[in-house]
Design a protein around this ligand. Structure first.
Ligand SMILES: [Fe+2]
Length: 244
């Protein structure tokens, strides 16, 4: 079984199209998503129309929560808040109802999905120490998170509590028996590791298992132009090309 994993699409339809085209070539059986479908960019309905058809399972991220509950957006910066306010004004009823159906965590086979961490949907996991706090309570072999917009794989040894970073940005890694893994696919629509290309991960559970991290070109100028066209802050457009 090959599972494609996406996260943090943030209303970037050009990036999502590129990722889906790649998924078609990678012989995947299903697609799962770790949240933040909307926010920042300016194609929320196009993205949600596609995801509703496509996803086997998905969860909500902090931007999806704040879309439905404005009080949750009070801690957001002014640019993120403005994008959410605009998104709320254009979203179809079908798409806002879909977001309402999403939960904070889901489990499918040997994969548990959360947005930030297993402890808090708003926690950022940037280090092995932080990853270990989730992995020590993980009920599954694979924990999938998003939120940081950094593609990364951590490996945790339950017997010793040791955790380390084993893959960053792109490439593949063979999994071993006796460990738990935390996987962040990075961001489809707004990578922040200095590389503007969209992130995609594959978990293949054949044999002892394998994780692949892919980075994909897309028409970033189409997304940048649309952000300006609808009157959102230019900073949201410029940051895409800088991968931040
Ligand atoms: Fe995000």
């Amino acid at each position: 079984m090959r599972t494609a994993i996406i996260s943090d699409i943030h209303s970037n339809v050009a990036a999502l199209q590129s990722v889906l085209a790649k998924i078609d070539t990678l012989d995947c059986d299903r697609v799962i998503c770790a949240g933040d479908l909307v926010g920042y960019a300016a194609h929320p309905n196009e993205v949600l129309d596609m995801l509703r058809e496509l996803l086997t399972i998905g969860i909500r991220g902090n931007h999806d929560i704040a879309l439905l509950d404005p009080i949750e957006s009070e801690t957001f910066n002014e640019f993120a808040r403005e994008a959410l306010f605009w998104t709320r004004s254009v979203l179809t009823k079908e798409n806002s109802n879909y977001i309402r159906t999403l939960r904070d965590q889901e489990q499918i086979d040997d994969i548990i999905i959360a947005h930030g961490s297993l402890l808090d949907p708003d926690e950022y996991i940037y280090s092995p120490f932080q990853a270990a706090r989730s992995l020590e309570i993980a009920p599954c072999r694979i924990t999938v998170v998003g939120h940081t917009h950094y593609p990364e794989v951590y490996r945790f040894e339950p017997d010793t509590g040791l955790c380390r970073d084993i893959l960053v940005s792109e490439g593949e890694v063979d999994l071993e028996e006796g460990y738990r893994y935390l996987l962040n696919a990075g961001s489809v629509g707004q990578p922040r590791d200095g590389d503007w290309r969209a992130g995609l991960a594959i978990y293949d559970n054949e044999g002892s298992g394998k994780i692949e991290l892919h980075r994909l070109d897309y028409d970033v100028h189409m997304t940048m132009d649309r952000i300006i066209e609808v009157g959102l802050p230019s900073m949201l457009s410029e940051r895409l090309l800088e991968g931040r």
